[in-house]
Design a protein around this ligand. Structure first.
Ligand code: PLP
Length: 361
């Protein structure tokens, strides 16, 4: 069986050593030594400052909205994992969708201004599949209308844009370290703030609003990362070079053989590739379902990331139809890609797609 992804399990002995350290100190959570170590190492690895580790990528979004005072309406993308939108709704913020660009799959900046109302306080774009948004244009719009920008960077671990961390753009960028993501801590996430003062606010928010002198200084929630999560993260981080190398190999094989056959992701020319996903866009939904069915018959399980388009959710305030997002969502399929996947498995997937598309002709 080949799934769309497979959680990466790092060296067991190394993990055991970290767990021994947890047993020695009996410090299990609340900014323990391993969380501190992982924070420092991630800041260095990513080339960012003001990084706050949290319990998962969804709480990262929620805490970022709260710390930056987002309320009313936020302009976001309809083409993402549901958490980008559901976290807004959960925080009482109304999502207003700006449609996507059909080639980059990221928010189309030319659609943002028409979505701004007197209630808009923020823009929440997604670097979807690790592809960089039009960060400069988005920043200019945000500046002009005095809006906060929170990037959902759940897919953008390690991506550089013009030689600078993509995650350093925006008032905040969030990461998910869920087991299926490029880098993971089993469950986990992080927020990278532009300003130290926002970071400080969020640091208290994730531990009930209690400060270092044990006073309750404001409203908080529990969104702390624990030491076992950090231990996993420290081990996976040591193996990032291998993880990226293996993913690149698979990504390049797909690109070589499928690039002329189906539409593939058009990467932002100023950004690096982190090889986190390999989406293909088929001609229509019928073809997608045929390809998916043919793969499933061989016990290969690609995923429909991201389907459905989020403007179809029934718990949001109705939005104008996001036509591009709906069109792409109906016919995009993410192919399996993960370290340890064999070349013959990649070849088998390519073959299924090729033969499926040939019989359709
Ligand atoms: C995975 C993901 C999230 C949610 O992260 P969790 O760690 O699973 O809570 C949010 N946004 C996007 C785009 C994601 O892919």
């Amino acid at each position: 069986m080949i799934n769309v992804t497979r959680p990466y399990l790092p060296d067991r002995e190394k993990l055991n050593n970290y767990i021994d350290r947890i047993y020695e100190t009996a410090w299990l959570t609340n900014n323990g030594p391993l969380v501190q170590e992982l924070t420092a190492r991630l800041q260095e690895y990513l080339g960012v400052e003001n990084l706050l580790l949290v319990s998962n990528g969804t709480s990262a979004l929620q805490v970022a909205y709260k710390a930056l005072g987002v309320s009313g309406q936020a302009i976001t993308t309809p083409f993402s994992f549901v958490a980008t939108t559901s976290s807004l709704v959960w925080e009482g913020i109304e999502p207003v969708f700006a449609d996507i660009d059909p080639e980059s799959f990221c928010m189309d900046p030319s659609k943002i201004e028409e979505a701004i109302t007197s209630k808009t306080t923020a823009i929440v774009p997604v670097h979807v599949f690790g592809n960089a948004c039009e960060v400069e244009e988005i920043e200019a719009i945000a500046c002009k209308h005095k809006l906060k920008v929170i990037y959902d960077g759940a897919h953008a671990f390690g991506v550089k844009y013009k030689d600078r961390s993509l995650l350093s753009y925006g008032d905040a960028a969030t990461l998910s370290f869920h087991a299926t993501k490029l880098f993971h801590t089993i469950e986990g996430g992080a927020i990278i703030f532009r300003k130290k003062e926002d970071y400080e606010k969020a640091r208290l928010m994730i531990k009930f609003g209690i400060d270092d002198a044990d006073s309750i200084v404001g409203l908080g929630i529990n969104a702390k990362m624990n030491e076992f999560q950090a231990a996993m993260g420290l081990c996976v981080l040591d193996e990032m070079d291998t993880i990226l190398e293996e993913r690149a190999k698979i990504w390049n094989l797909y690109q070589r053989d499928l690039g002329g056959l189906v539409r593939i992701l058009k990467l932002n020319p100023y950004s690096t590739n982190n090889y986190s996903y390999f989406p293909i866009v088929l001609e229509n939904e019928e073809t997608l379902l045929a390809v998916k069915h043919a793969m499933n018959e061989q016990r290969i399980y690609p995923r429909r990331y991201f389907y459905p388009s989020l403007d179809t959710l029934d718990y949001i305030v109705p939005n104008p139809m996001a036509a591009v997002s709906r069109d792409i969502a109906a016919r995009i399929l993410c192919l399996p890609i993960y370290p340890g996947m064999k070349e013959h498995e990649v070849a088998a997937i390519i073959e299924v797609i090729e033969s499926c598309l040939k019989t359709k002709e």
